[in-house]
Design a binder for this molecule. Structure first.
Ligand code: ADP
Length: 703
């Protein structure tokens, strides 16, 4: 069933990959086949060449051997002629023949015959047994006769056909007789006959060096071997034959090389060819592998480049690279979008077009300083802020972080900058500052609202006092003089009393005015720059307002400022507001449960050592309230968190913001339970905040 189901269609990518792979495999196969063919061809050609060399050597040997045979024959004939000439006396022939036989070992026997071919005299080679010891000389006469008849006719030496002469032990020797007519005074008188031993002749020739690697032999027309040289035996592969023509007869000379057909690695040349072609094959393989690796590396590089480009293009941070002359060599799309000029325009410009014209000279100078070869590079993480101009002329603030641009060999070629458009951030910061200010103003107004009731309470007393003094004064003035006699003295008393009453009225009015002024001062104070102030001044300026509330709640105030008072650099209004908030919270905390006798609010200023030798001024506001419960503590600084019915819950969160803006920190601590407290509850809370010390060092040392 499943076999008949059609195979699922292959995805196109897979098909394409397979299509690509098939020709590549074919190419590989073709390459391997070609290389193998070239190798085989090389080997065959080398073998052929070797064979032809061997054949040529054999031909050369045959040719040389032929020359040698001729030379020996010539020498033999000359020897025989000499023998005839020098043998006038009867015993001279035998001596001379012996000498000749000594000199030429290839001659087996020399005979002197008369015209009837009868042997007159004979000499045997001293190197071997007599030739016809076992075989009658007459057995060869037929050939001798024919040769001598021819010699007689031609009056020249004639070689007979070769004959086999049996020796002892079943051996034998192939012999060629040569017949030379003898003449005396122009008359034919007989013949000199010499028997040339063919094996000995071949040995002589082989001894010249020709027989080192070749077997030399005489053969008949049908290939039958007549004689051969020494012990070297031919392999029958490289054979060369030459016909040696001698007067009257001819001999077939054969040279047969010892070497066989060359084997696969017959010698160094073939081995070299094989080795080289294998080397070539390996080199091709290595090259192919190398090119594949290279292709893979190129692929990876292209991928990495594409990834980097995509990354740079998708960045929302501006990137800009400058060379050592300050010219822009690269700008990413985010930077181009930020300033409004294309990367091309930026790279072509002599001076960055995004420099606001009014600042250009200043920027030029700054750039020259920064790009100077001996300039210390600014740490990249620090960065600097400056103003750039968009194409539409809009100026905008940017934050620039710069780092050296280093090439492959570690040489600095320029600078790489990260450029952040901080205009949005600045807008947000402005907005947040405005909101903060508005919030603080609201909080201040809330305090004012709260204070209004206090004010009415506080103004009540001086106003009541003023009213009663005024009533008293009016009464005094309405009273008739007690008696005319004492009228002068009475007037003086009246005037004194009125004076006293008016003084009181003025005092009380002044007191009321002070109260109103303190509130007025507080409410009207606007944002001021930071100023350096003594800590006690800050405490003193909030004391009137704190006292207002403290008096109403029956709270005593204790102030404890370290002497001499440390100095801090603060936004006065803000820090006073913090002190006021903390004091108000403390007083309110004591209003509920704290016995009147224990209601004490402590305002303290101390100095404490901080990290890295810096010193801090610590302000603390302690109360004797109920302390802060853990669940309240968790949310204490959260805006709008309050446990009070009429509270806004803004005080503490604003306080902390203000202190942190000054570089300080704010925290609080529950104080230990009061002695004799039954329930073990906290004996109050102490809020603390720190501000950096501004005092001169001498002053610090003195404290
Ligand atoms: P608000 O005073 O308007 O409630 P705050 O931010 O000043 O706002 O205070 C938040 C809350 O912290 C208060 O409602 C109160 O519960 C608690 N708190 C602040 N100061 C003290 C203190 N000295 N003792 C006890 N509780 C305090």
């Amino acid at each position: 069933m499943s076999a008949s189901a059609p195979p699922p269609p292959k995805p196109p990518a897979l098909r394409a990959a397979r299509r690509l792979r098939t020709p590549r495999a074919l190419l590989w196969l073709a390459l391997v086949a070609l290389l193998l063919a070239v190798q085989a061809l090389l080997v065959v050609l080398t073998l052929r060449y070797e064979e032809s060399l061997a054949q040529e050597r054999t031909e050369d040997v045959a040719l040389a051997a032929m020359g040698e045979v001729r030379r020996h024959a010539q020498r033999l004939l000359q020897g025989l002629q000499g023998l005839q000439r020098r043998s006038d006396q009867a015993d001279a022939w035998a001596r001379n023949a012996d000498a000749l036989l000594h000199n030429q070992p290839e001659i087996g026997r020399i005979e002197r015959r008369d015209l009837a071919l009868r042997v007159v005299e004979a000499a045997e080679s001293p190197f071997r047994d007599p030739l016809y010891a076992h075989w009658p000389r007459s057995g060869t006469d037929l050939e001798v006769e024919a040769a001598c008849a021819a010699a007689r006719r031609r009056v020249a030496p004639v070689f007979a056909r070769s004959q086999f002469v049996p020796l002892t032990g079943g051996l034998g020797v192939e012999v060629v007789d040569v017949c030379m007519p003898m003449q005396e005074a122009g008359q034919m008188v007989g013949f000199t006959l010499a028997s040339l031993l063919l094996p000995q002749l071949l040995d002589e020739i082989a001894a010249t060096g020709l027989g080192r690697r070749h077997e030399l032999s005489f053969v008949e027309g049908d290939g039958t071997r007549l004689a051969r040289s020494g012990t070297v035996r031919g392999a029958g592969v490289f054979v060369a034959e030459r016909l040696v023509d001698l007067p009257g007869a001819s001999l077939q000379l054969r040279a047969d090389a010892v070497e066989r057909r060359p084997s696969l690695i017959p010698n160094l040349a073939t081995a070299l060819v094989l080795g080289l072609s294998i080397g070539l094959f390996v080199v091709v393989l290595l090259l192919v592998r190398d090119s594949r690796r290279r292709a893979r590396a190129e692929g990876l590089l292209a991928e990495a480049l594409a990834f980097r480009k995509a990354m740079e293009d998708s960045l929302i941070t501006g990137l800009r690279a400058r060379n050592r002359d300050g010219r822009i060599v690269y700008a990413n799309p985010a930077f181009c979008a930020m300033v409004g000029w294309s990367a091309d325009e930026l790279q072509r410009a002599d001076r960055p077009p995004y420099w606001p014209p009014e600042q250009a000279d200043e920027y030029q100078r700054r750039q020259a300083e920064r790009l100077a070869p001996d300039a210390e590079p600014a740490p990249a993480q620090e960065g600097y802020e400056t103003v750039f101009m968009r194409r539409n002329g809009e100026r905008f603030p940017v934050m620039i972080y710069e780092a050296p641009l280093v090439d492959r060999v570690g040489k600095q070629t320029g600078w790489m900058s990260t450029v952040l458009d901080v205009s949005a951030q600045r807008r947000v910061e402005d907005l947040s500052r405005q909101q903060q200010e508005r919030l603080q103003a609201t909080a201040r107004l809330a305090s004012v609202g709260e204070m209004a009731s206090l004010l009415s309470h506080e103004l009540n007393q001086p106003l009541a006092a003023i009213a009663s003094y005024a009533t008293g004064s009016l009464n005094l003035m309405a009273e008739p003089a007690a008696g005319s006699a004492g009228a002068g003295a009475a007037d003086a008393d009246l005037l004194a009393m009125l004076h006293h009453a008016l003084e009181r009225i003025a005092e009380q009015a002044e007191r009321a005015g002070r109260v109103i002024k303190s509130v007025h001062d507080f409410v009207r104070r606007r944002h001021q720059a930071h100023e350096v102030l003594a800590a006690d001044l800050l405490i003193e300026s909030v004391l009137p307002l704190v006292r207002l509330q403290a008096r109403k709640s029956g709270v005593r105030i204790e102030v404890d400022v370290v002497q001499p008072p440390p100095r801090v650099k603060v936004d006065r209004t803000m820090v006073e507001q913090v002190l006021l908030n903390l004091a108000r919270n403390g007083i309110q905390a004591m209003e509920a449960d704290t016995p009147l006798a224990e209601r004490v609010l402590t305002l303290r200023v101390r100095l404490t050592p901080g990290a890295q030798g810096a010193r801090w001024v610590v302000f603390s506001v302690g109360d004797a309230g109920q302390g802060i419960a853990p669940e309240v503590a968790q949310r204490l600084f959260t805006p709008f968190f309050t446990t009070k019915a009429e509270g806004m819950g803004l005080g503490l969160s604003l306080c902390r913001t203000v202190i942190e803006q000054h570089g300080g920190a704010m925290d609080f601590e529950n104080l230990p339970p009061r002695p004799g407290s039954a329930d073990g509850r906290a004996g109050g809370t102490e809020f603390r905040f720190t501000l950096p010390l501004q005092a001169p060092r001498a002053a610090i040392a003195a404290t």
